[in-house]
Design a protein around this ligand. Structure first.
Ligand SMILES: C[S@@+](CC[C@H](N)C(=O)[O-])C[C@H]1O[C@@H](n2cnc3c(N)ncnc32)[C@H](O)[C@@H]1O
Length: 393
């Protein structure tokens, strides 16, 4: 089987060494930078029509091992898949999302281990795209800048009530309370996040201002009690079928004249057909079960239909590539410690996912959009300044 594949593989001239189960090594191009060790000979059949999903799954399941810089591993995997893989298939059907399914999916990802996440996230454990104002910032600086950028876009004022839907470990909630003097309710579906999030709120003495709860967004009261609503890196879990419901929730929780910010990952194609030669399938299977990425126009349509008015949209695609580079490099620099914190299988998943997503953002497979919307007063007026100048003062 391998013999018949070799001419096609060699034709790609990739800097890749195949290390076979019998000890033999085959270089597919000059100066290999990556070694792919085939532990299970049956994998060879997959190399005839590789995809990032097939290769990633084989690595996660220990059927192959990888050696070399991870970004180079992903690049070679992509080149192999593009050259020899099958064409991209049609868009997957939207999944149904009930509360129990979503709670299980969220627990699978976010309850993995707080210590593990602490190893490679910034000091506030912000698990979403950072904001690089000049491109020279480190991860801590970029995440603080992102939190400030969000709070400024929301025009937070002391004493206002802010709802943070999908608050993670509470980094934004604490920042907004401390730096902008607002009162915050943050909700998450992860028990581990809630535990550490509450500890951090208490450590900063912010209990009077910040309340974190284990709650599904569908259980929030729709009583317009919040001045501002923010959702960061959360709507990717909502699912296409529930987007109208999600947007109605956001709209009905904010008062007239209030602002809503939706910050999240969007898909490359309007119809949601896959990109990245199996990358999305890998993410769905191992990283974010039931996650779905709508295109900007789809989330935009749902926000508009909910009664909110979109007033500003910003793409931060390359900011997310850089953020993921930081996360991936920090994890790669701490692999021994990571092995003590999570099972080898999980470590393999997170290693490929972080490096793969950095590659995906860089190559425009996916994007990141901050969408700011207001709920206009009945007479159509709103409370925004005439320009964005205040964001940059
Ligand atoms: C990628 S994390 C982002 C966390 C935080 N906003 C940040 O930027 O660091 C996604 C968050 O959404 C929350 N989440 C996902 N689905 C949810 C749901 N149905 N209801 C409430 N929270 C949810 C998760 O628990 C997690 O806290």
């Amino acid at each position: 089987m391998l013999a018949s594949l070799l001419p096609a593989l060699r034709g790609l001239s990739l800097p890749l060494r195949l290390q076979l189960w019998d000890g033999k090594a085959i270089d597919l191009g000059p100066a290999p930078s990556v070694t792919l060790a085939i532990n299970d000979p049956e994998i060879v059949a997959d190399l005839a029509h590789p995809s990032l999903d097939l290769l990633g799954a084989a690595y996660v399941e220990g059927r192959l091992d990888l050696d070399g810089p991870l970004d180079e591993v992903i690049r070679i995997g992509d080149e192999l898949s593009r050259a020899l893989g099958k064409d991209e298939t049609a868009a997957p059907l939207p999944e149904s999302h009930d509360k129990a399914t979503d709670a299980e999916a969220i627990s699978y990802h976010y309850d993995l281990s707080n210590d593990f996440y602490q190893l490679w996230l910034d000091r506030d454990m912000v698990y979403s795209c950072g904001y690089f104002e000049t491109g020279t910032e480190d991860l801590d600086q970029a995440q603080q800048a992102k939190l400030r950028h969000l709070c400024r876009k929301l025009r937070l004022k002391p004493g206002e009530r802010l709802l943070d839907v999908g608050c993670g470990w509470g980094g934004l909630a604490r920042f907004a309370a401390r730096e902008f003097g607002v009162e915050v309710l943050g909700i998450t579906l992860s028990r581990e996040q809630l535990k550490l999030g509450r500890e951090r709120v208490a450590a900063e003495g912010l209990e009077g201002q910040v309340q974190l709860e284990l709650m599904d967004y569908r259980d929030l009261p729709r009583d317009g009690q919040f001045d501002k609503v923010v959702s960061v890196g959360m709507f990717e879990h909502v699912g296409q079928a529930n987007l109208p419901l999600y947007c109605r929730q956001l709209s009905e929780m904010v008062r007239p004249g209030g602002l809503v910010m939706n910050h999240g990952i969007t898909s490359r194609h309007i119809d949601g057909r896959p990109v990245g030669h199996g990358a999305g399938e890998f993410i769905g299977r191992y990283v974010f079960p039931h996650g779905e990425l709508p295109h900007l126009v789809k989330i935009g349509a749902c926000i508009s239909e909910s009664g909110l008015e979109i007033v500003d949209v910003e793409s931060l695609r390359l900011h997310y590539a850089r953020t993921l580079d930081f996360w991936s490099r920090r994890l790669e620099a701490n692999l021994d410690e990571a092995r003590r914190l999570v099972p080898e299988r999980a470590l393999r998943i997170w290693r490929v996912y972080l490096a793969g997503c950095a590659y995906g953002f860089r190559h425009n497979w996916i994007n990141l959009h901050q969408i700011l919307a207001t709920k206009p007063h009945e007479d159509g007026s709103h409370e925004l300044p005439w320009s964005r100048a205040d964001l940059y003062r």
